[in-house]
Every structure is written in structure tokens, then in C-alpha cells.
Design a protein around this ligand. Structure first.
Ligand code: DX5
Ligand code: ZN
Length: 212
């Protein structure tokens, strides 16, 4: 069954702890945390202290998506704060093998993300060394954008390329009850959803609808 990772980018930040509890109780499978540095993307969000402060509110895996130019200086901090998956962008400014080794050193699951204009083939060399591929179906930076259909083919191509290897395919951006089925059919294991979950209360209903 597909896993649902609500993105707290669309949560009520004035009560983030309570929001995490609600997502936990609503049947979320992971908590997706969008970290932005204002450089890699034109937006700024959470640092490791925020992750640390919300960690006690749920035992669900924290899926930290680093939309930052230089992840290396942040990996240990997010690992210490309680991240379970740490995803970096293939398009960031640092060497990918180095970043993979840093995440592995912290004994965390390694994710690699590709933006809409990055080819699936660019990620191939790293597949044996990673746990998750995050296919962006919008330009990273903001919630509430329109799903880009090209992501579907990317997911299907990745599914075929991955074969029997145990690498999860996650898709992020514009996921709702209309776009989710095609992603799952193409082979997505995880759906990241921000505005859809937070705009359709109760969260349990929204999460169930995506799973269906
Ligand atoms: C965008 C973030 C997403 C975002 C998705 O850069 O990576 O995780 O929160 O939001 P929606 O689901 O609203 O497109
Ligand atoms: Zn994200």
C-alpha cells in the first residue's frame, strides 16, 4: 500500500506539535519536513532546532527534504534532531557521493531528489547507494503549486530502472485525490502531500482518500 507523508509546510506553525499529533493519529506514515535555505529555493523554512522540538510528538519517521545549496553543514544537525530520512538534491552545490557518505555516517536513510527539469538518468549512478528517490512534481520552494504531469513518466521509468533493488520512490508537489492515482499506478511508494491534507480537514479523511 502507498505511504502518505504529509508535508508540514502547510501546517499551522503556531501549534506545530499539535499538528504532528493530529497527523500521527490520522494515519500518516511519515512526516515530511521541507527545509529551505532561501538560496537553493527562494523561500526559508525550518532549521534543526524546530525538528528537535517537534520530535517528541510522534514516533513516525521524519522525512527531511533539504532544499539547500550546501547540505553538508546541516546533515549532522538534522540527524541529531531526529531525522530518519535525509534527502538532498542532485542539483545542489556539493558532491553527491560525499553527501551520501555523510548521511550514512549518521546511520540515516539516504534520499536523493530531482527537480522537474532533471533527467532520471542523472540519478542512475547513485541508485545502489540510496534508500529513496524523491521525484519533484513541482519546482521546489512552495506548497500549493500545480502538479506537473511529466513526473508520471519519470516515476514509471525509475520503477523499471530500480528493478528489484529496495529503493523507495516518493513524489512531491501538487498531490491530491486526482493526481495521486496515476503516481501510484506508475510506481510511487510514497506520496508527499501538503496543501491537500491541510486544506481537507479532518486529516484522517484526506489521508484515507489519498491511500485509496
Ligand atoms: C515544495 C515542497 C513540498 C510541498 C508540497 O518545495 O517540497 O513538500 O510542501 O506541497 P503541496 O502538496 O501543496 O504541493
Ligand atoms: Zn518536500
Amino acid at each position: 500500500m502507498v505511504l502518505i507523508a504529509p508535508s508540514i509546510l502547510s501546517a499551522d506553525f503556531s501549534c506545530l506539535g499539535k499538528e504532528i499529533v493530529k497527523l500521527n493519529d490520522a494515519g500518516a506514515d511519515l512526516i515530511h519536513i521541507d527545509v529551505m535555505d532561501g538560496v537553493f529555493v527562494p523561500n526559508l523554512t525550518f532549521g534543526a532546532p524546530v525538528v528537535k522540538s517537534i520530535r517528541p510528538y510522534s514516533k513516525l519517521p521524519f522525512d527531511v527534504h533539504l532544499m539547500v545549496e550546501k547540505p553538508s553543514i546541516l546533515i549532522k544537525d538534522f540527524a541529531d534532531a531526529g531525522a530518519d530520512f535525509i534527502t538532498v538534491h542532485l542539483e545542489c552545490k556539493e558532491e553527491i557521493p560525499f553527501l551520501i557518505s555523510l548521511i550514512k555516517k549518521e546511520k540515516k536513510k539516504v534520499g536523493l531528489s530531482i527537480k522537474p527539469n532533471t533527467k532520471v538518468s542523472d540519478i542512475l549512478p547513485y541508485i545502489p547507494d540510496i534508500d529513496l528517490i524523491l521525484v519533484m512534481s513541482v519546482e521546489p520552494g512552495f506548497g500549493g503549486q500545480k502538479f506537473q504531469q511529466e513526473a508520471i513518466k519519470k516515476i514509471a521509468d525509475l520503477k523499471e530502472l530500480i528493478g528489484r533493488k529496495k529503493v523507495l520512490i516518493s513524489v512531491d508537489g501538487g498531490i491530491n485525490d486526482v493526481t495521486a492515482p496515476a503516481c501510484v499506478y506508475a510506481g510511487a511508494d510514497i506520496l508527499v502531500a501538503g496543501s491537500y491534507v491541510f486544506k481537507n480537514k479532518p486529516y484522517k479523511k484526506a489521508i484515507e482518500k489519498l491511500k485509496r
